[in-house]
Design a protein around this ligand. Sequence first.
Ligand SMILES: Cc1cc2nc3c(=O)[nH]c(=O)nc-3n(C[C@H](O)[C@H](O)[C@H](O)COP(=O)(O)OP(=O)(O)OC[C@H]3O[C@@H](n4cnc5c(N)ncnc54)[C@H](O)[C@@H]3O)c2cc1C
Length: 367
Amino acid sequence: MRVDDQLAIRSCRFGDIRLVQTLIATQSRSRRACAIGYGAHVRTTADVLVIGAGVCGLSTALVLLDAGFAVDVYAAEPPHHTTSAAAGALWGAHLVGADNRVSNWAGRTLHRFRELAGDPEAGITEMAGLVASPAAEPEPPSFTRGAGPVTPCDRAELPAGFASGWRYTAPIVAMPAYLDYLLGLLLNKGGQLHLGQPLRRLAEAESLSAAPIIVNCAGIGARDLVPDPGLTPFRGQVVVTTNPGLTEFFVGERNSPDEVTYIFPHGATVVLGGTQQEGASSLRPDPVTAERIIAGSIAVEPRLADAPILGHRVGLRPVRSRVRLEVQPISSRRYLVHNYGHGGAGVTLSWGCAHAVLTEVSALFGH
Ligand SMILES: Cc1cc2nc3c(=O)[nH]c(=O)nc-3n(C[C@H](O)[C@H](O)[C@H](O)COP(=O)(O)OP(=O)(O)OC[C@H]3O[C@@H](n4cnc5c(N)ncnc54)[C@H](O)[C@@H]3O)c2cc1C
């Protein structure tokens, strides 16, 4: 059941912040009244204010709620309008500063995804697939590491234009459905989502809430918010079509480093990609790029030729030399915890980083 479909919205104007509070009757699986209000301040009783309602912000808020903290989320854009909503998304650390924390975070998320794959509402499927390269590579790409056995394919199994390939299984995530799922959990557990103007500086978050801890999960927004000039957008564009019956994913590198062909089936739909354009920040889908993505996908999977196009999505991967997950004191009694810069792996690292934030927050509260 999608949160967006379920919201019965009642709103009143009071200030510049929209308070979204959805009450979900878990037992009956039906959602009750939802109130959207406008207020000058978010709750003063929260322990933690999380900035950002993408996959990192929502996962972090959930882990903190489960540990007993009162959590508010503040975001300029709702979950469906984030970079997270544009992701494919395949588990596997890609385009992220590789340090020794990353494999632990990815492993923790993998474990959680495999648990959640049992819940049909989560939008996660453990799926077999093929990764291919135009060159005769001796090793599979590093993002396959950790998911389980990876086996080389015969050349005859590869689509035209590819010289090597490997098969393995990994979780793939239907992001709009998954973000709905996370938001539903957040609201059901007593968390709140506030939507409002983009914060210009982190100091604005300090005046927004009295919460002693603010967690920065602003994704590419952190570039201006922190500010952090070390954060670079890597633009990703995808096309969404109906699913002509595909049940396996495909990822194929192309000769240009900013192009890739991927095909991620999600039940009735398929996400086709994609691009990774360094420094590009337009959120407008480019028709020429869309044509290239569709042509590349059909070359790999001819059944897509007649699949109606349902939409286009664009997101900006927040790429940094390393994920920023660290505490920054604001004053003697208030702290900022940064959790951003996950590059092309924010989905893959989401639960692991959320637990790392919990460790920091618990220590700050003296737990
Ligand atoms: C096409 C594409 C494919 C991808 N595929 C994969 C994949 O297969 N696997 C994978 O693991 N990852 C993938 N990624 C990367 C992944 O999507 C990102 O790493 C992840 O979404 C980052 O999540 P986030 O929550 O940090 O940021 P976002 O999803 O960008 O969320 C940021 C939130 O912060 C809010 N915010 C920002 N600035 C402000 C501000 N100033 N004031 C208030 N709120 C603010 C925004 O409104 C938003 O709610 C892909 C990305 C793209 C674009």
